[in-house]
Design a binder for this molecule. Structure first.
Ligand SMILES: *[C@@H]1O[C@H](CO)[C@@H](O)[C@H](O)[C@H]1NC(C)=O
Ligand SMILES: *[C@@H]1O[C@H](CO)[C@@H](O)[C@H](O)[C@H]1NC(C)=O
Ligand SMILES: *[C@@H]1O[C@H](CO)[C@@H](O)[C@H](O)[C@H]1NC(C)=O
Ligand SMILES: *[C@@H]1O[C@H](CO)[C@@H](O)[C@H](O)[C@H]1NC(C)=O
Ligand SMILES: *[C@@H]1O[C@H](CO)[C@@H](O)[C@H](O)[C@H]1NC(C)=O
Ligand SMILES: *[C@@H]1O[C@H](CO)[C@@H](O)[C@H](O)[C@H]1NC(C)=O
Ligand SMILES: *[C@@H]1O[C@H](CO)[C@@H](O)[C@H](O)[C@H]1NC(C)=O
Ligand SMILES: CC(=O)N[C@H]1CO[C@H](CO)[C@@H](O)[C@@H]1O
Length: 892
């Protein structure tokens, strides 16, 4: 969605920090954090070390611990996958009770349950139900880009490999997806973990049938992996002989929670899937959600786990999605296809080449119709924005030609429809050739030059006609952004500097299967589409090298080291795209499978200046039968200025790049490696010059070439210290008034001491924004006269709880020396906010209770908020940013 906004309104987004965008009155006085209140996933350690408990099952032990502590709880789900994850999803009556588990022996971790939105394709052209056998082999272009076509030519199609898809299910009735379910079919199994009615807030109602006919997303994903060739649309999946299983984790609407994803992941492992693929997630920046941790552990056992990097590119850096942030998983970026499958109209009455219009399937008009231009002036800016004058005739027998601009497409089309028009083409005014939103009226965008040609012919009185061929009109339109990283791809790295995304695959403008109830085929864009491409590629790898854990564990390195570098633009001399968006580059599956040089590791993480890790080493292994001589060169990528100069705000995407590069020296710049031999190279890095206040992430490649063979190791570092990055927004930029702030009973900023009765809507709400992720965000109730100066703006002067996580005790250190009356809430690994769909956080204290549910005694207080900076020490007060609220009286 966001990249769509970007297409329409670049001027709004590129300056980004223009507006005090959000009126305070739009802030709802309720809590809006992205987790489920009172739900936790508790992980139980091995019990062998706990005396007297060896005979209990881990779950019996957990419940015994809870009962002993008088915790009232309900079990939502038990997980019992030895070596991967043992524990349970619980709902606690009182969230604060979770703290009582913290120090219990055998309890390994307690994590809040996160929500993940349903994957929304960035753009989608839904099919009208037409079958056009002449649609060219679209997926072929993506296969050619990545060497998959050559593997298919060698007969490598993924036979014998099992892939589990966690998504909205699969429409296995689709003829290109095998037409059936169960043994002997393409879709061999799976499970519906949730049922149609599940929306993320209600109880899942599982059943054994993962059919996808209401959503469609999983069916598109499945076709990218597994569509059988020789279908009407001449597309094929990357690994079309692999066996698929559908784990349905979304209902027809809404979102999914972590506990369901963990359950589906473990079920996939139990069913013996070789590969698990997840085209889902939520912007995060941290590696710590339950599903990210479990997905990473599964990958570490030698299965291949591919997960979308996210579609939040317009929000800038440090914002890749979870569970794709899971440390050992392959997080997938999207590359725009080189072509977009579009339609041609035929021109009559004058000799002229066909005119391409921006639709995947033809406009449903079989007649040849003359054209009518609503204006003869091709520079008019507001063509057809006003009702058409009486002089204009009935338009029902024409193809109406209108210029883009000033008002919405729908408004123009309503005006021409009022004159009886039945079909229209809108010509571009320089905004860009792209899909447009036309409501239900049959219309499409054409390019400016084509529109100008048609209008000039019309004005000259030439009787030009247009025909929309119902078959044979489709064309592979060269995408101007084709071969570049899709602008919607989320930028990494993670806040704790893990290398995300890992690699890129084609994900922009991908033709694949849709449910038979939705037209059977369609074009979609998103990292959701790139992810199954890598899953299919992994199946090709397993089918050639054998599906051993060692192949699985080294797959990411192999894909990364054989990937192809992607530029930031098609302009010569512009830098390569930052590794924070392209990862190690576009996968080349042919090279990954056939290389006779093995380079490892694939990623060198230099970390920040305070933890700078140089030198780094890597090895080159020659697995061919001949002696090879390798040359090493440094190929820098663009340095991402992740923070807008002079501000504390993340730079919005496309993130500005500079050419300030790190320099690298090698222990050897050319080496001879005999068959069977490996050699280790040391690389010493020095930081690029640059303004540390822009938190520049520099990156690039160490290229290793031998003859025509070329591999690379990809590096990533930060020219600043993460601990210097401010996390809490203390500006007035967003709301026109400085934040953090307390909103009073009518939603105004509280300035003076105020008493709250906590009845009839009279309660305080904390409003804050994070401009960077924080490992710990904490709110305490303190004495109004506390001697503490907040590091952020100081002023002269639960349904509140329980919230999604729980305040941990902090023993020792200067943090613990700040005297508090009691904690209100603590949140761990909080993602930063962005500028649109996740713009700020609110915490409504509807009841005057501490985090543990106990009443706050009548009296005067202040709220103290503290946010730990990344890499800060949780025990050190000086590593937190803090803010003291005005005086809040509790006078119920
Ligand atoms: C389908 O693809 C094959 C191979 O790419 C090509 O030879 C054939 O002409 C295509 N068929 C159609 C109907 O486009
Ligand atoms: C579609 O039209 C374009 C522009 O005139 C032309 O280059 C292309 O060859 C046409 N494609 C087909 C399949 O006719
Ligand atoms: C545009 O040109 C056509 C053909 O010359 C003419 O019939 C028509 O009146 C013109 N429209 C306007 C608004 O001038
Ligand atoms: C970067 O350094 C910090 C601080 O030592 C550490 O917590 C983090 O794990 C490091 N990141 C990586 C990817 O090694
Ligand atoms: C708040 O209530 C306290 C105790 O009833 C009272 O002393 C104080 O004046 C009140 N403050 C305001 C601002 O109303
Ligand atoms: C709840 O928390 C408050 C503030 O820390 C504390 O004073 C109180 O004793 C706690 N209540 C219980 C039942 O633990
Ligand atoms: C707090 O004040 C309310 C109303 O003034 C009173 O009813 C209540 O008993 C008081 N509670 C305590 C614990 O003092
Ligand atoms: C260490 C290693 O992988 N050596 C390989 C190098 O190439 C020879 C010849 O193909 C292999 O036999 C070795 O296994």
């Amino acid at each position: 969605m966001k990249s769509f906004v970007w297409l329409i309104a670049p001027s709004l987004l590129s300056t980004g920090l223009v507006l005090s965008a959000v009126p305070l009155s739009s802030v709802k006085r309720e809590s809006n954090l992205p987790t489920v209140a009172n739900k936790f996933i508790v992980e139980v350690d091995t019990l062998s070390s706990i005396p007297d408990k060896r005979d209990l099952s881990p779950h019996e032990y957990l419940y015994e611990v809870l009962k002993k502590r008088d915790v009232s709880f309900e079990v939502n789900k038990e997980f019992n996958s030895q070596g991967l994850f043992v524990g349970a999803a619980l709902t606690l009556t009182d969230a604060q009770d979770a703290t009582s588990l913290l120090n219990a022996p055998g309890i390994k971790a307690i994590r809040p349950v996160r929500k993940f939105n349903r994957p929304v394709p960035v753009k989608q052209h839904v099919v009208t139900g037409r079958n056009d056998p002449a649609i060219p082999p679209d997926s072929q272009s993506t296969h050619i880009l990545t060497g998959v076509d050559k593997l298919h030519a060698e007969g490598i199609t993924g036979k014998g490999i099992k892939i589990g898809i966690l998504d909205t299910g699969i429409d296995y009735t689709h003829p290109a997806l095998g037409g059936g379910f169960g043994a002997g079919h393409k879709v061999i199994g799976g499970f519906d973990l949730v049922g149609d009615a599940y929306d993320g807030t209600n109880t899942p109602i599982p059943d054994s049938d993962p059919l996808d006919q209401c959503a469609g997303h999983g069916t598109h994903v499945a076709g990218i992996i597994g569509a059988d060739p020789h279908n009407d649309f001449n597309i094929s999946g990357v690994a079309y002989d692999a066996s698929l299983s559908a784990y349905r984790v979304f209902g027809c609407e809404g979102f999914v929670t972590d506990d369901v994803i963990v359950d589906a992941l473990l079920l996939g492992v139990k069913d013996g899937q070789d590969i698990l693929t997840l085209s889902l997630g939520g912007a995060d920046g941290w590696t710590e959600s339950s599903s990210a941790v479990v997905a990473s552990r599964i990958a570490a056992t030698g299965k291949i786990v591919t997960i979308a990097a996210g579609n939040d590119g317009s929000s800038g850096s440090w914002y890749t999605s979870s569970p794709g942030n899971g440390i050992d998983v392959i997080s997938v970026a999207s590359l725009d296809n080189t072509v977009i499958p579009l339609q041609n109209a035929t021109v009559g009455g004058v000799a002229h080449a066909p005119i391409t219009y921006f639709l995947t399937f033809p406009l449903e008009f079989t007649e040849t119709l003359p054209i009518f231009a609503t204006s003869n002036d091709t520079t008019v800016v507001d063509d057809a924005c006003a009702p058409l004058p009486p002089a204009i005739p009935d338009l029902s027998a024409y193809v109406v030609i209108v210029r883009r601009g000033t008002c919405t497409f729908v408004q123009k089309l309503s005006n021409i429809a009022a004159k009886g028009a039945k079909v229209a083409l809108i010509y571009d005014n320089g905004n860009g050739f792209a899909p447009i939103s036309v409501g239900t009226f049959p219309a499409a965008l054409i390019q400016a030059a084509d529109g100008e040609f048609l209008v000039s012919q019309f004005a000259a009185g030439v009787p030009v006609t247009l025909t929309f061929p119902q078959t044979g009109g489709s064309t592979n339109f060269p995408d101007p952004a084709g071969g570049l990283i899709s602008s919607f791809t989320s930028y990494g790295p993670s806040n704790d500097f893990f290398f995300k995304p890992s690699v890129a695959a084609p994900g922009g403008n991908i033709l694949s299967t849709l449910p038979t109830t939705q037209g059977s085929f369609g074009v979609e864009s998103g990292t959701s589409m790139a992810t199954p491409f890598v899953a299919g590629s992994a199946a090709l790898l397993f089918s050639v090298k054998g599906k051993s854990p060692s192949v699985g564990r080294t797959a990411r390195t192999l894909f990364e080291t054989t990937a192809k570098r992607v530029p930031s633009t098609h302009t010569d001399g512009d830098p390569l795209q930052t590794v924070t968006q392209q990862g190690a580059g576009l996968i080349n599956v042919f090279d990954a499978i056939h290389t006779t040089t093995i380079v490892s590791p694939g990623q060198l993480v230099l970390n920040d200046t305070a933890h700078f890790k140089s030198p780094q080493t890597f090895t080159i292994r020659n697995t061919s039968r001949s002696v090879k001589r390798y040359k090493l060169t440094h190929v820098p990528a663009g340095t991402a200025e992740t923070v807008t100069p002079g501000t504390i705000f993340p730079a919005l995407g496309p993130v500005p790049l500079t050419t300030a590069a790190a320099s690298v020296t090698f222990s050897q710049t050319s080496v001879t490696v005999f068959p069977g031999q490996s050699i280790t190279i040391t690389a010493r890095f020095s930081l690029p010059r640059g303004d540390a206040s822009t938190f520049p992430v520099f990156s690039g490649f160490i290229q290793i070439t031998s003859g025509s063979e070329s591999l690379h190791v990809t590096y990533l570092g930060l020219g600043a210290s993460l601990k210097n990055k401010q996390v809490v927004d203390n500006t007035d930029f967003f709301f026109g008034v400085p934040i953090p702030a307390i909103l009073d009973s009518i939603g105004d900023i509280q300035e003076a001491p105020t008493n709250y009765t906590f009845t009839g809507g009279d309660f305080p709400t904390l409003l804050f924004r994070l401009v960077f992720g924080t490992p710990t965000f904490r709110v305490d109730v303190v004495d109004p006269n506390i001697k503490l100066v907040g590091t952020l703006n100081s002023r002269a002067e639960r349904h509140g709880g329980p919230f999604f996580t729980f305040p941990r005790p902090h023993n020792g250190g200067s943090f613990a020396q700040v005297k508090v009356v009691g904690p209100l809430a603590e949140f761990n690994f909080v993602p930063r906010n962005n500028e649109d769909d996740n713009a700020f956080n609110t915490l409504a204290l509807q009841e005057p209770t501490f985090a543990n549910g106990t009443q706050i005694p009548n009296g005067s207080y202040r709220f103290l908020i503290r946010a730990l900076r990344v890499t800060g020490d949780a025990k050190k007060e000086e590593d937190y940013e803090s803010w003291l609220s005005p005086i809040i009286g509790v006078t119920p």
